[in-house]
Design a protein around this ligand. Structure first.
Ligand code: CA
Ligand code: CA
Length: 448
């Protein structure tokens, strides 16, 4: 290279380049606070009042820091309507590849969005509708999302319709809405989020049959969507629900417990931990081709009303690897449908079940056509007997312990294998990390 170019690069590296030339490239920070104003400049000293105001100012690469406190959302703030949904915050500006727009909780602070006063008559409510792509939402809490319609309906706390988005350390709770829903888009990551105590007590008699913690229902082309490190509990329907999707989704290191119940364990909706498939209601000529092969890895399902891990009439196979089920009505239920008519209920075929572990289910495994699956190497078909002695801990209070700094799931003894357990080193290599000579059964590898 020429000397001039060399010097130019060196100056760039040292940060000595004249500021007025760098300014257009520099990412900006904006601020939102409960006592702010959308007419303000959006600086730390003069913050905006709403995330919507932050979006208006932000460009790709910028960060909108959201200060702690409670944001009491009002119907007058509804940013837009999409189909039947009143979208209170509507994020429809995209970042760019490598330059996301960040909507982050201010470090060390805790912004809470209270939707309890947003009750537009006859409309569904979405607290945060994300139509944009390359966005990163982190550390936001959505509470009290309402349902106003007494017939068939649903509301949603976070609805993703874009691609390349990251939802991190969000918490969606004590509302009537689905926690986080992916309706479309690819390469979205839902990381270390919690959805809990959500129950629609208004529509269809108040059974809450549509309120899942997390939902994936992507259309054709909605690929590579992942839920990782998420927890769902006391949601009135299911913890995780992948019904009626055209493409496969993946759940890994997720925990689902107490779904289908109210907080005093009254029966509400369906109550599956991981409803990991199903195309029910579609005519056979409407079935996706291929049938999506969802993936459930290293997940934990505890005391869900119906099934811990449920194929839900799926007309094809699902990947179930290294999961642990405890105290569900049925721990693993592979109920399928014949893909030739999508009507006839059959024992599940085409599944790959490996290294799964369960204990104390009302029933351990149900409705599986084992000869038509790759299903060796699980506790229900290996010569192992699982008892309480196999576990370091069975205290379910561990499940709701605070997350670690950074947001990952707490390190707790619950359902970890005790030394000497017959489940240790009984699995087979499925391409996932393991310690020792072989994988252990279940979601937690021993010997750490
Ligand atoms: Ca459901
Ligand atoms: Ca091992």
């Amino acid at each position: 290279m020429s000397i001039d170019l060399f010097v130019f690069r060196r100056v760039l590296c040292l940060g000595l380049f004249p500021g007025f030339l760098l300014t257009p490239l520099a990412a900006k920070d904006y601020y939102v606070a409960p006592n702010g104003s959308d007419a303000a400049a959006g600086t730390e000293a003069a913050p905006f009042a709403t995330v919507q105001g932050g979006q208006q100012a932000a460009a790709p690469g910028d960060t909108v820091f959201i200060r702690g406190g409670t944001y009491r959302m009002a119907e007058a703030q509804i940013a837009g309507h999409v189909g039947p949904y009143a979208c209170v915050t509507l994020l429809d500006k995209s970042g760019a590849t490598g330059k996301p727009i960040n909507y982050w909780a201010y470090p060390g602070e805790h912004p809470v969005f209270d939707l309890s006063q947003v009750k537009p008559r006859g409309q569904r409510v979405t607290a945060f509708r994300v139509n944009g792509s390359s966005l990163h939402l982190r550390g936001l809490e959505g509470v009290g999302v309402q349902v106003t319609i007494a017939t068939h309906t649903q509301s949603i706390c976070f609805d993703n319709e874009g691609s390349d988005n990251v939802y991190e350390q969000l918490s969606m709770h004590d509302g009537m809405a689905i926690g986080l829903w992916i309706g479309a888009g690819s390469n979205n990551l839902v990381l270390n989020c919690d959805a809990y105590r959500n129950h629609d007590s208004v529509s269809e008699g108040g059974r809450g049959g549509n309120v899942d913690g997390f939902g994936f229902h992507g259309h054709t082309g909605s690929v590579h969507n992942v839920f990782r490190g998420c927890r769902a509990w006391f949601n009135s329907d299911d913890g995780f629900d992948f019904i009626n999707s055209d493409e496969a989704a993946r759940a890994e290191h997720c925990w689902a417990f107490y779904n289908g119940y109210s907080t005093d364990f009254a029966s509400l909706g369906d109550g599956n931990g991981f409803k990991s498939g199903g195309e029910a209601g579609r005519r056979v000529n409407q079935l996706p081709d291929p049938i999506p092969r969802h993936v459930v890895i290293d997940c934990v399902a505890v005391h869900n009303k119906a099934n811990g891990f449920y194929a839900n009439h799926h007309p094809g196979g699902i990947e179930w690897l290294n999961n642990t089920a405890y105290r569900n009505h049925i721990n693993f239920n592979l109920r399928g449908r014949d893909p030739k008519d999508n009507r006839t209920i059959i024992p599940g075929r085409g599944h790959r079940l490996k290294n799964n572990l369960g204990f104390a289910g009302g029933e351990e495994v149900a409705e599986i056509d084992a000869a038509a699956c790759d299903a060796g190497d699980n506790y229900f078909n290996l010569p192992v007997t699982i008892t309480a002695e196999d576990f370091l801990g069975l205290d379910e209070a561990d499940l709701v312990k605070p997350r670690k700094p950074g947001g990952s799931l707490p390190d707790v003894p619950f359902l970890h294998l005790a030394p000497g357990s017959g489940a240790i080193e009984r699995g087979v290599d499925v391409g996932l990390p393991f310690r020792g000579k072989a994988p252990d059964l279940g979601a937690f590898e021993s010997g750490g």
